[in-house]
Structure formats: C-alpha cells, structure tokens
Design a protein around this ligand. Structure first.
Ligand SMILES: [Zn+2]
Length: 274
C-alpha cells in the first residue's frame, strides 16, 4: 500500500486520476479456458471464473490490447499469453494452486503462487489450457490494477499553544487523543512528522482541547491518496500509464473540438429577451 500527496490540482483532476487508474490502465487476466479434464466438484465455468480473478503479472511493452492488435482480436502471440495446468491426484486428495499454472511466457505468471483453485479427490485430474489477455477495468473488474484507491483532503491543523493554561492541560489532551498524531516538544503541543499518513483528524479531537487551541481544516487543492495494488503492475508504472492515458484523452478531446461548430446560443437568448 502506498500513500502520497497530490498537490496543486482541483478535486475534478484528482478524481479523474483515480478513475483512469481504476478503469483505463490495462492489466493481464485469464479470459479463456479450454478444459481437457475436470474431475473436481466444481463446474468448468466456476473454475474459469476463479482463474479470471487471479492477478497476473503484466507486460505492457510486449502485449497489445486485443482490439488494437493486428490479428483483430482473434488471439496471437502479440495479444495473448498461454498458461497450462495439469495436476493428477493419485492415492490421496490434492489441492490445485496458482503455482500449478505453467506459463509459456515467464513474464506472465500469477502474482501469488498460493491461490487455491480447486481440490482433487483420489485418482482424479484437472487439466486445462488458459489464455490471458490485456483488458481494462471498465470492461471487467478483474482487469483493475489496484484493489483499492481513494483520496481525502490534506488536513490543515493549526495549533495555538497560548490557549493551553498549563503543560498539564497539554498532557491531558494527549491522553485523550486516540489518533496519536500529536506530541509534546519543549512543553508545547506539536504535530508528529508525516502526520498526514495517520488516521483522519476529526472535530472530536479538537473538542478535547481548550477552545481555539487546535483547529482542523482542509487544504482545498491538496489530496492524500491511498493506493493498494494487486501486484499486476508496479505502482509507479500504474501512475505513469494513467497520466499517459489522461494526456491522450485530452489530445483526443482537443481534436474533436476542432470539428465542432458552436452556435452563438447566448446571443440568441439575449435577443429574445430584448
Ligand atoms: Zn493479436
């Protein structure tokens, strides 16, 4: 999980950044499974669904989105990775894990090798071929590169030590402060380093201090982002790709604006009023 500060932008841009990461940054996921043998109690569709939800490491440089590939989305080595699974249980029950998926491309593999896929009874088998492709979160949540992403306004905390009548009053406040974001230095109340990484400030904290001693407000154009990736892509690559996509969208918007004719509706309305 990563926390960082986005400064100097409005809430609309902060939210655009969040939504592009969630819905537009592509990742690899299994989209097709060809079952050869399935003796488990699970239907083929259920296993295929589970396989689709396994986060796979993604190589954005060497794979195309199927709709942008020269094969027209039919599936080729430029837009599709193949993974094989062959597990046979002999005289005892066996579990099939994500580590049993053998990828033909070493760059594409499950992020974690311990995802349980199915259980096999004695003398049963699970054999299949799976195909992974790039996709976007707006088409299916399994392609989202992050588990969670959110932001909050950057807290602006003002401390007026003159409002405390004694050091004991500061000690009393620190005892009631469940956030542990404050500390006492040289007899004065102060904030801890990197306090913005901690839990949220609320007015109830300020209410424990004498009136005016602690004031909590928020910076209007500064945000604290919290992001948790699935492991498909490094977070740095997710952010870089999101900005790249955002700039592409702006260019596209600019191009489309050139072909739009805007009629002077406002002047017509004001004419009517006259
Ligand atoms: Zn292709």
């Amino acid at each position: 999980m990563v926390k960082f500060v986005l400064d100097g932008v409005g809430v609309e841009l902060a939210n655009a950044f969040r939504r592009i990461i969630l819905t537009e940054v592509p990742t690899m996921a299994i989209t097709e499974v060809l079952f050869v043998e399935n003796d488990t109690v699970l239907y083929d569709e259920m296993i295929a669904h589970r396989l689709g939800l396994i986060p796979l490491t993604t190589d954005l440089k060497n794979y195309n989105l199927p709709e942008e590939c020269s094969c027209g989305g039919q599936g080729c080595t430029l837009c599709q990775a193949q993974l094989m699974c062959e597990v046979h249980a002999e005289n005892e029950q066996k579990h099939v894990y994500s580590r049993d998926l053998e990828s033909l491309d070493p760059k594409i593999h499950p992020v974690n090798e311990n995802y349980l896929i199915a259980e096999l009874g004695k003398r049963t088998s699970l054999v299949f071929e799976a195909y992974a492709q790039l996709g976007r979160g707006k088409d299916h949540a399994k392609f989202q590169p992050v588990c969670s992403i959110g932001y909050k306004y950057f807290p602006k905390v003002t401390i007026d030590n003159s409002k405390f009548s004694s050091e004991e009053e500061i000690d009393e406040f620190l005892l009631k402060d469940h956030t542990k974001l404050f500390k006492k230095v040289d007899g004065k109340l102060t904030l801890i380093k990197d306090y913005w990484k901690g839990p949220d400030f609320t007015d109830s904290i300020a209410n424990h201090a004498p009136p005016g001693a602690v004031t909590i407000d928020f910076e209007p154009n500064k945000f604290v982002f919290t992001v948790e990736g699935t492991g498909s892509l490094p977070l740095k690559e997710i952010f870089t790709k999101a900005i790249e996509i955002f700039l592409e969208k702006l260019d596209e918007f600019e191009d489309q604006l050139k072909n739009v004719t805007i009629e002077p509706i406002i002047s017509k309305i004001s004419m009517r009023k006259l």
